[in-house]
Design a protein around this ligand. Structure first.
Ligand code: SF4
Ligand SMILES: [Zn+2]
Ligand SMILES: [Zn+2]
Length: 302
C-alpha cells in the first residue's frame, strides 16, 4: 500500500521500507531533485544550463525536471546537447526519443556527431584503433560536451548521473588507486574552476538508478529500451553488478558509500587542488597534459 494514499504501490524505495504509488512517487522524486539542487547549490540566478542528453532514461529525466523548474524560474535557461557517437542500432534509436521529447517540451536540441567533428563514427574508430570503445567514447564525448556547451553560452553542464553512477565511479577509482580522479567527483565536478571549463552538475546525485528508471518509465520517455552494444565489455558493468548484489544483501550500502564519500570529498579536493590545468597545444581546450586526450585519439586516427 502507498504510504500516503493507500493505493497500489509502484515502488519500494531503495534506502527505506516506504512504498509509493505512481503519483506520490513522481512527487517524491521531483521534490528530492529540487532539494538536491538547493542542498548542493547547483544553480545560480540567471544560469544558462546545457543538459547533456543521450535520449536514454537518465538524461531525459533530468531534462524534464530542469525544464519544469525553468517554467517557474523565468531567469533559468535550458538547452539540450546530444552527442551522436555513431553506434549502430543504438544511438539512432535514442536520438529519436530525444528529438520527440524536446519537440514536445519546446526545448532547443543541438546534435553534434563524432563523424562530423572527428571524421569517423565510434564504430569506425573502434575497428581502426583497437582500443576499448568506452575509453574512446568517454574522452571524445566529454571533450565535445564541454566545448559545445561553452559555445552555447552554458554556465553549467547538467548530466543525468545518479547515485548508482557515482557509487560505481567511487569504487572504480578506489580499486584502481586513483583518488585524484575521485577528487573530481561530487554533485559539482571539477577540482577548481578554470577558464573554458564548464562545471558539471548532477541534480540526480541522491536518486538511485531504480528510482530514475521508475520515473522515466512512468513518464513514458522511451518507446523501447536499448542498450549500447559495447556496454558488456566494460569494467563499470562488473562494478555495477557487484554493487547491486551487495545492495540486495545489505540494503543501504550504496547510500552509505555516497554519504561517507561526501564527508571526505572536501579533503580530497583540498589535497588535489594544486592540480594545474593546461590548455592543449593543438586545440586550446583545457586539459591536464600538453596535448589533450581527444587530440591524441584524433592523431592516432590519421
Ligand atoms: S557503453 Fe561505452 S561505448 Fe557505449 S555509450 Fe557508454 S561509454 Fe560509450
Ligand atoms: Zn500515493
Ligand atoms: Zn586538444
Amino acid at each position: 500500500m502507498c504510504k500516503f494514499c493507500k493505493t497500489n504501490p509502484v515502488i519500494t524505495l531503495t534506502n527505506s521500507n516506504i512504498s509509493l504509488c505512481s503519483s506520490c512517487f513522481i512527487k517524491y522524486f521531483e521534490k528530492k531533485v529540487f532539494r538536491t539542487i538547493r542542498k548542493f547549490k547547483l544553480l545560480d540566478k540567471g544560469d544558462t544550463i546545457v543538459v547533456g542528453v543521450s535520449g536514454g532514461k537518465d538524461s531525459l529525466t533530468i531534462l524534464n525536471i530542469l525544464a519544469k523548474l525553468a517554467e517557474t524560474k523565468r531567469d533559468l535557461k535550458i538547452k539540450a546537447v546530444l552527442i551522436d557517437e555513431g553506434i549502430k542500432n543504438y544511438r539512432s534509436i535514442t536520438i529519436k526519443d530525444a528529438q520527440k521529447f524536446c519537440k514536445e517540451k519546446k526545448i532547443q536540441l543541438y546534435i553534434y556527431s563524432f563523424k562530423k567533428e572527428f571524421g569517423y563514427t565510434l564504430d569506425e574508430m573502434v575497428k581502426k584503433l583497437k582500443l576499448n570503445p568506452c575509453i574512446i567514447c568517454g574522452i571524445l564525448r566529454r571533450y565535445l560536451l564541454n566545448k559545445k556547451s561553452r559555445l552555447l553560452g552554458a554556465k553549467k553542464l547538467a548530466t543525468g548521473h545518479h547515485l548508482d553512477d557515482e557509487a560505481q565511479s567511487i569504487l572504480m577509482n578506489q580499486f584502481k588507486n586513483n583518488l585524484e580522479l575521485s577528487a573530481r567527483l561530487g554533485p559539482i565536478t571539477g577540482v577548481a574552476r578554470f577558464k573554458n571549463f564548464i562545471p558539471r552538475i548532477k541534480p540526480l546525485y541522491l536518486l538511485t538508478e531504480k528510482e530514475t528508471a521508475t520515473y522515466a518509465f512512468l513518464k513514458k520517455f522511451n518507446h523501447k529500451y536499448v542498450e549500447c552494444p559495447y556496454s558488456q565489455d566494460c569494467f563499470r558493468n562488473d562494478i555495477r553488478d557487484f554493487l547491486n548484489d551487495f545492495e540486495n544483501n545489505y540494503p543501504g550500502s550504496k547510500h552509505g558509500l555516497i554519504f561517507s564519500f561526501l564527508s571526505v570529498l572536501p579533503l580530497l579536493k583540498e589535497k588535489y587542488k594544486e592540480e594545474k590545468v593546461r590548455y592543449c597545444k593543438s586545440c586550446k581546450e583545457p586539459c591536464a597534459k600538453e596535448i589533450c586526450n581527444a587530440c591524441e585519439i584524433i592523431k592516432k586516427l590519421k
